[in-house]
Design a protein around this ligand. Structure first.
Ligand code: NI
Length: 386
């Protein structure tokens, strides 16, 4: 168990960050807070890594390679409505995805790893900007944060699971998250003379319905996937046939092959509908993070650390597939690692998910997450040949 004074320190840090949330790439106050805490612990660090990131290092008994631990620091453009005494003081910005908690946890791990016996291998602490826009991890990788790193670990606070639990799951724990937009060019005209027009609303409507058949009719139902259209813009007046329409949507998959099948099917159906109605249709797919897949070996290691952190019955698995995206997946493209979830449910608040204006979590999870991260950093050394 973490000492009450460290737990209190983590709560204080979390609440301070919570009161001063910053959007992606603007995390300068948060980074300064991290640097201040690292100074107090006495750890060397580099700030302004990829704009606002902070990377600190803890010496190990051996020189290398490093075990990396990562937390994200950014908030969301949401007006907070929790009524908490430490609510956001920045209008329209809120820590509604617990990244305030993740930052505090990683500082807690730094405190624990700096006490007593040094870890077997050096530990690199990555305080990452811009997870919400899924651009931060890539940028930090370009900045070299994974150089000489053997493994990387991280996790997310999750209010679906009881506080005190650690959710350690093999396989896909986050989905790939890609965006697409489809432009439809028809021919505008008079509502009374449809034969002189190519109606972008009709073409777009057919396309929306046809795209629904990808997941329902083309993809193996054993592989979770989603194609959602969240935006359909067209038209200016009831008596005018729209010549142009714009669709925007999101594509999720847990399997890399399914992901590329979804992309191909969207393009094929769009081309077919264009031909069917003599319209122009262009598809743009913007790739986000790949699926986040925990390998068996790394998951076994994470589970071993989780079992040293909480009781056996509190080490759980995901109840259900998670189709959210997470840019931690980019790190796993380069080095092995594992991503877990920290149970942090507050009874009575289960109805307020992450990204809700009323989201909050049980702060007991901070000390538990910190202990897990410190433990996994020590345990990971056993898998590194040296
Ligand atoms: Ni998040």
């Amino acid at each position: 168990m973490i000492s009450p004074d460290i737990q209190q320190r983590l709560v204080d840090i979390r609440r301070d960050i919570h009161q001063h949330p910053e959007l992606s790439w603007q995390e300068s106050r948060t980074a300064a807070k991290v640097c201040q805490a690292l100074d107090e612990i006495g750890l060397p660090y580099r700030s302004n890594v990829g704009e606002t990131g902070v990377v600190a290092e803890i010496a190990g008994r051996k020189k290398g390679p490093y075990i990396a631990l990562r937390a994200d620091m950014d908030a969301l453009p949401i007006v907070e409505d929790t009524g908490l005494s430490f609510s956001s003081q920045v209008e329209g910005v809120m820590h509604a995805c617990a990244h305030d908690g993740h930052t505090s946890m990683l500082l807690g791990a730094a405190m624990l790893l700096s006490k007593g016996e040094p870890p077997p291998l050096p530990v690199r602490l990555i305080f990452q900007p811009a997870e919400e826009t899924v651009l931060g991890a890539k940028r930090l990788i370009d900045e070299g944060v994974l150089e000489d790193v053997a493994m990387i670990f991280g996790g997310h606070i999750d209010r679906h699971y009881p506080c005190g639990s650690l959710i350690v799951t093999e396989g896909a724990v986050n989905a790939s998250s890609d965006k697409f937009s489809i432009e439809i060019s028809g021919q505008g005209g008079h509502a009374a003379r449809p034969h002189e027009a190519i109606d972008a609303v009709v073409v777009g409507s057919l396309l929306v319905i046809s795209l629904q058949t990808i997941v329902s009719r083309e993809i193996n139902p054993a592989h979770p996937s989603v194609v959602s259209i969240g935006r359909f813009d067209a038209g200016t007046a009831g008596n005018v046939i729209a010549g142009h329409a714009l669709l925007e949507g999101s594509i999720r998959a847990q399997d890399p092959e399914v992901r590329s099948d979804l992309h191909n099917s969207i393009r094929r159906i769009a081309d077919s509908v264009a031909q069917l109605h003599d319209a122009g249709i262009t598809v743009e797919i913007r790739k986000g993070p790949p699926p986040l897949i925990n390998t068996d070996e790394m998951t076994a290691l994470a589970r071993k650390a989780a079992l040293q952190t909480v009781d056996k019955d509190k080490v759980m698995k995901l109840f259900t597939a998670n189709m959210g995206g997470e840019d931690f997946a980019y790190y796993l493209d380069h080095v092995p690692g594992c991503y877990i979830r920290y149970g942090a449910q507050i009874p009575g608040r289960e109805g307020y998910p992450a990204h809700s204006s009323r989201f909050d979590f049980d702060e007991e999870a901070l000390g538990i997450g910190a202990t897990y991260l410190a433990t996994v950093a020590r345990e990971a050394a056993s898998l590194v040949d040296s």
